[in-house]
Design a protein around this ligand. Structure first.
Ligand code: PHE
Length: 453
């Protein structure tokens, strides 16, 4: 069994737990990825499938992760080692650490873009530009290599700085300030977006499902998006769960986080699509969607510069509360398994992620033609983590809790040793035994084309 003698850190308050965990969930996945994936996959019909998956699969997987982490009080790898000694379950933990490397590498690239856009907002870089010029500006920026590289390193550095400060003084302290700010800004943007002339088309794209657009891939994309957006399937929540104290309620934590994450995704859609249609931008424009439409909105607004600064600050902030959670997965692993000091572990993790990250940065410029499986390194990291590694991880996590960990321990953990009523436990156990694993396996196999129905 692995373990460290020094006392483990934990989150200090309920609000701190929610801020950190919802901070992990709410991020570029909601504001950048969700709108463009929705745009590429047909709008409202996709959203309905997404919501179904969040409820049927997202909630049980998240709760399972929190239970594993809090029980084991270890990093993702150590948790499986501790709860299932001498069994191969630790491989799921290792897969989580690998997924963390891959996610951080491509995610931080986009996080870096938010800093460039923040900088441009300050110097009035969008000023007087037509929608076409803003498209050109985006393509010009991601098509160059130096600036995206610099911003990538700045963002990695910021992330490392917070993680190095520790769970309570770094992660919890920062997210408690950053998360509430995010909400305020999002609301302001929505009000502006829905009052643009021509906004109605965007609203109907979001709320009128066209079921003819649905294929097996739509389901896989929704599954991947749900896992990615909720930060589940790779041990972020096992790691954060291990910092939750025995007296705290795991179910209310999971539900608050899922509610917040879904709300922010839907709100981000409402902030973005009316503007997309109002400015005649194609809803399937891909990863550039948020970076092209939002500057457009700001250009039309009185006080646009201020809003633009606020928005990109907060987009960066949302990304930061997520990157720290991904880095923490690796750092906790290094600290506990390699017996390293937190600061050394943080810098080692940061440097090694950066090596892969550089390839992701260059995927939109000098390495744009370097493709594996028809995808650039950036696209490959994004696709493989969200649509393959996280669903597989999630599948094994629920199977672990349902069939291996067992009823009694699950009950103890979720009811805080009988102190909470937790009447939902039988339902939860039924869902993680049968429904969630079958649903994940089915959507996954169908989506990658291994089975056809
Ligand atoms: N959930 C984060 C987002 O939506 C991304 C993330 C994925 C964070 C996996 C941690 C683990 O932006």
């Amino acid at each position: 069994m692995s373990g460290i003698p020094s006392p483990r850190e934990s989150f200090g308050s309920k609000f701190g737990i929610i801020a950190a965990t919802a901070g992990s969930a709410v991020g570029l996945g909601n504001i950048w990825r969700y709108p463009y994936i929705t745009g590429e996959n047909g709008g409202a019909a996709f959203i309905l499938i997404y919501l179904l998956i969040v409820i049927a699969i997202g909630i049980p997987v998240m709760l399972s992760e929190l239970a594993i982490g809090r029980r084991a009080q270890q990093n993702v790898y150590g948790s499986f080692r501790k709860l299932a000694p001498n069994r191969p379950w630790y491989l799921i933990g290792l897969m989580g650490v690998v997924a963390a490397f891959m996610i951080l590498a491509f995610y931080t690239v986009v996080a870096g873009w938010t800093l460039e856009y923040l900088y441009q907002s300050f110097i009035g870089g969008f000023h007087g530009k037509s929608p076409e010029e803003l498209v050109g500006m985006y393509n010009g920026f991601i098509g160059s290599s130096t600036r995206p590289l610099i911003w990538f390193f700045v963002f990695m550095g910021l992330t490392a700085f917070i993680v190095a400060a520790g769970v309570k003084n770094g992660i919890e302290k920062s997210t408690k300030i950053l998360m509430p700010l995010l909400f305020v800004i999002l609301i302001v943007l929505i009000v502006r977006s829905v009052t643009l002339p021509g906004a109605a088309k965007g609203i109907s794209f979001l709320f009128k499902p066209d079921f003819s657009k649905i294929t097996a891939t739509t389901f896989l994309m929704a599954l991947g998006q749900a896992f990615f957006s909720l930060s589940i399937g790779m041990g972020t929540l096992i790691t954060y769960g291990s910092y939750i104290q025995k007296r705290d309620n795991l179910a209310t934590t999971a539900l608050s986080v899922i509610f917040t994450d879904t709300l922010v995704a839907v709100l981000a859609g409402i902030a973005i699509f009316p503007a997309v249609f109002a400015f005649n931008i194609a809803p399937e424009s891909g990863p550039g969607l948020a970076f092209i439409t939002l500057p457009n909105i700001f250009e039309q607004m009185t006080g646009g510069t201020i809003f633009s600064i606020m928005f990109f600050t907060l987009l960066g902030v949302a990304a930061l509360t997520s990157t720290i959670s991904v880095l923490e997965v690796i750092v906790a692993f290094f600290v506990e398994e390699l017996k390293m000091k937190r600061s050394a572990a943080t810098w080692l993790a940061t440097l090694s992620v950066s090596a892969l990250g550089v390839l992701c940065v260059l995927s939109t410029s000098s390495l744009a033609n370097f493709k594996l499986f028809d995808k650039t390194v950036f696209e490959l990291m994004d696709f493989t983590t969200a649509n393959v590694l996280l669903p597989i991880g999630g599948l094994f996590i629920v199977i672990f809790v349902a069939w291996f960990f067992g009823r009694d321990k699950a009950k103890e953990e979720l009811s805080n040793n009988g102190q909470l009523k937790a009447r939902y436990i039988p339902l939860f156990l039924f869902v993680i035994k049968f429904i969630a694993p079958l649903a994940i396996a089915f959507v996954f196999l169908q989506g990658i084309g291994l089975i056809k129905l």
